[in-house]
Design a protein around this ligand. Sequence first.
Ligand code: NAD
Length: 476
Amino acid sequence: MNCNLIAGEWVQGPSSIANVNPSDTDDVIGLYTQADAAQARLAVEAAHHAQQTWQYSPIQERFEILDRIGTELLARQEELGRLLSREEGKTLREGIAEVARAGYVFKFFGGEALRLAGELLPSTRPGLTVEITREPVGTIGIITPWNFPIAIPSWKIAPALCYGNSVVFKPAELVPGSAWALAEIISRSGLPKGVFNLVMGRGGIVGEVLISAPEVRALSFTGSAATGANIAAKAVARGAKIQLEMGGKNPLVILDDADLSTAVNVAVNGAFFSTGQRCTASSRLIVTPGIYDRFLPALTERIAALRVGNALAPQTDIGPVVDETQLRVDQRYIEIGRAEGAKLELGGKLLVLDRPGHYLEPALFTETTSKMRINQEEIFGPVASVIRVRDYDEALHVANDVAVGLSSGIITTSLKYAADFRRRSQAGMVMVNVPTAGVDYHVPFGGRKESSYGPREQGRYAAEFYSSVKTAYISP
Ligand code: NAD
């Protein structure tokens, strides 16, 4: 049984869940304990207590701890990548890359601990000096989704620790394996007991404790819009700081002057890799008429050649859908698309392979319009649609014609259109001739409109959320 980490001790909760491999549902990866509300409270108290000392920890100590965690993640990327792919269903290549990314995130924030700095300014009043410093926020509640089981926790935990905060981490129920492995590495990193706590358990139980506990001064959440709205309402009411990263409905614009092979590669990668289960996936391919008749056959040929299979098999391009619930959502949206009058160009059928798993053929809709539900609502599966538009202006309008704005992309050889799109796209991240998904670890990540709320994650911008600014006036 894999236990929770509370106040530096591994403790069992009152129940447990089985971690099931979506590529082979007969394969149980392990049993993971589930905390109740009382155990979650203990974790909050432990974190609050430990933070009283940790907030004053030397930057050299923070650097060494974070760097050590990063080093171990990188050294074990193959092994942990395999675990990640086995429990989440992304391909082994993607799983290993995600673990490596987590390692680099820890190393980056190790370096940031050494670069902590303030400002010294003259005052407008004679003789005074103004000093601006960053201080820890306190105890941070971290609530994460299943689709990036090690990278997302890492890009929240690492900056939290870097800036002197303590952490209570609640991973998604579906992927406790990667979370537990990360916690186990952190538990041996030299971090004082209680500074980092792992509380696996149900969102409605453990998550609710984090949202309402007065000691939790800030909540960093990534997940669905519905859960984000619940957190926002309750946390803001008690004055806690929040950072929410939620859904996307990301457009990829393909203009007449695009390089065809770049367009096809970027579209296939963005729409279907990681089984389309990325908040930055390109689910809307917006295509102008001059390239449409060349792009569509080239795209469908590539999609038809994608090999769907066991996430751990070397030849697999696309692994399974994460679980039966998400599979049903994907299938329901395929039905909704048909009912709305879209043409299912290819894919969308369940696949029966040699092992029982949640396998779905990547699906592509054509003859769709921007207002269809399949083009407005996040599906979060291997389902994309093509929207044919008259020209660049309509493409830009359609790209922005959704309530969310996480990532967007354009494929063009025109400097003019690339520059205009970068400026006018209503998204937090804009990609030119590269997939909408796939980002660096040292620069800000986040969206606009209903995709995100609060300060950006990652890179130096993470300091905005994980630290609190103090302005001091000094008279000699
Ligand atoms: P989810 O909202 O169902 O769950 C996310 C986390 O919230 C889980 O740990 C869950 O246990 C917890 N939770 C559920 N109910 C809760 C409650 N009442 N109180 C507190 N916590 C609660 O999301 P999911 O299905 O795990 O993830 C998929 C979603 O995540 C998609 O919408 C996707 O777009 C989004 N996502 C966004 C980003 C981004 O950076 N914008 C990145 C990855 C995923």
